[in-house]
Design a protein around this ligand. Structure first.
Ligand code: ATP
Ligand code: MG
Length: 376
């Protein structure tokens, strides 16, 4: 890259980080518009944290270029540092200090007076719902509280660019929603947020654009709608009363949806992909039509659920279409590597079924992350 573009908070070209023989980040190009939430989605070991560390000037790139607000992370690291803040994947606050002590200490380290540090700490603890726990040692906090105090610490000075590295991994739905609200509030104040996550839903809720990365490469980039419609609208999971009717149900679902149907190890279960419309409503209509066909044929359905595409499905679809078409996938990056599909199959353990949603490791063994989480 010889220059950078105005209006971008981050611009990288051919960014590379190598550990030994492992190309952890293998030529990443990103363009993150200022004032937005940009999602970087990828499984364990994809290179998310490594990329973020380079952008936050904590790691030096081995090749390529990266600009943050037009400043080179290599040659102008101090200028970059003055405008960014990082909430790491693992909490960085001091566990032996209380919430208040942590934030006041940080305020002092950032050069603020004692009075200001105290009032800013109290303000942040209030905003983050931690006032009642303000005088407790952080080691007594729950996982969700820790993530919140960690994010509070990273916005003590309002940064122009905030890196949030997997801010909600391991959190329950309620805590996750609280963090999402915080991210929205931070962006509303003008901060650009680069958010890494393993959850498609999280990127979907928060990000205006998403880069999907795997093996250190961007394998797709686009708006959440573009990514989802590129892999279909989701899946319908059906459990029948009578296992003997599964074959007929499979035939009817294939006919109704025009897609592939997976038969789980459970003899009464079927999962069918719903081809893409780009809208949840279209998917719901298709699912309703398919269920009506089953009912007309006298097949009793005990239970069904409709789900978004899981991260597994996104990966499988992206890598499968790469093998089949040589890379004409909408929204995909040009440099998809075929090797991605090998590892993706390993990761899902079945190379085809995606019912487990196992990438994030938090699958409940049923529908996993395919089933939409309650927004409540
Ligand atoms: N300091 C390091 N030394 C050697 N290898 C490293 C180092 N940091 C990361 N790696 C390797 O680089 C690859 C990418 O790791 P990274 O932490 O960036 O992945 P990630 O996408 O953040 O994964 P996760 O979702 O598990 O946090 C992995 O293979 C990892 O083992
Ligand atoms: Mg990481």
């Amino acid at each position: 890259m010889t220059t950078h573009s105005p209006g971008l908070a981050i611009e990288t070209q051919g960014l590379v980080k190598v550990f030994g023989t492992n190309r952890a980040v293998d030529g990443i190009d990103l363009r993150v518009p200022a004032g937005t939430v940009y999602g970087v989605l990828g499984p364990n070991g994809a290179g998310k944290t490594t990329a973020v560390k380079m952008l936050a000037t904590l790691l030096r790139p081995d090749d390529g270029e990266a600009y943050v607000f037009g400043k080179s992370v290599i040659r102008e690291a101090d200028a970059v540092r003055s405008r960014v803040s990082l909430t790491g994947q693992y909490a960085s606050v001091d566990e032996d200090l209380t919430g208040t002590e942590n934030l006041v200490l940080l305020g002092r380290l950032l050069g603020h007076h004692k009075g200001y540090s105290r009032s800013r700490a109290a303000e942040l603890l209030e905003v983050f719902g931690l006032t009642a726990a303000a005088d407790r040692q952080v080691k007594t906090y729950s996982g969700g509280m820790r993530r919140r105090i960690d994010i509070a610490a990273s916005i003590l000075n309002t940064p122009d660019l905030l890196f949030l590295d997997e801010p909600t991994t391991g959190l329950d739905p309620r805590s996750r929603n609280q963090v999402w609200d915080i991210v929205r509030a931070v962006v509303a104040q003008g901060t650009t947020v680069l958010l890494t996550t393993q959850y498609l839903e999280e990127a979907d809720r928060l990000a205006s654009r998403i880069a999907v990365i795997d093996h250190g490469k961007v394998i797709a980039e686009g708006t959440p709608g573009q990514l989802k419609s590129s892999v279909g609208a989701g899946s319908i999971h059906v459990r029948l009363r009578d296992a003997d009717q599964r074959e007929e149900a499979e035939r009817l679902l294939i006919g109704a949806l025009g897609s592939s149907v997976q038969l789980g190890s459970d003899p009464v279960a079927l999962t069918a992909a719903i081809p893409g419309h780009g809208t949840d409503l279209g998917a719901a209509e298709d699912a309703a039509r398919a269920l009506a066909e089953l009912a007309r044929a006298g097949i009793i359905v005990d239970d069904f659920s409709l789900g978004q595409p899981s991260l597994d499905e996104v990966f499988l679809a992206l890598t499968e279409s790469s093998v089949q078409t040589g890379g004409t996938h909408p929204g995909r990056a040009d440099h998809t590597a075929d090797r991605t599909s090998d590892r993706t199959s390993d990761r899902t353990g079945n190379g085809g079924g995606s019912n487990g949603g196992s990438v994030n490791g938090s699958s409940n063994g049923k529908s996993g992350d395919i089933v939409k989480e309650s927004a409540a």
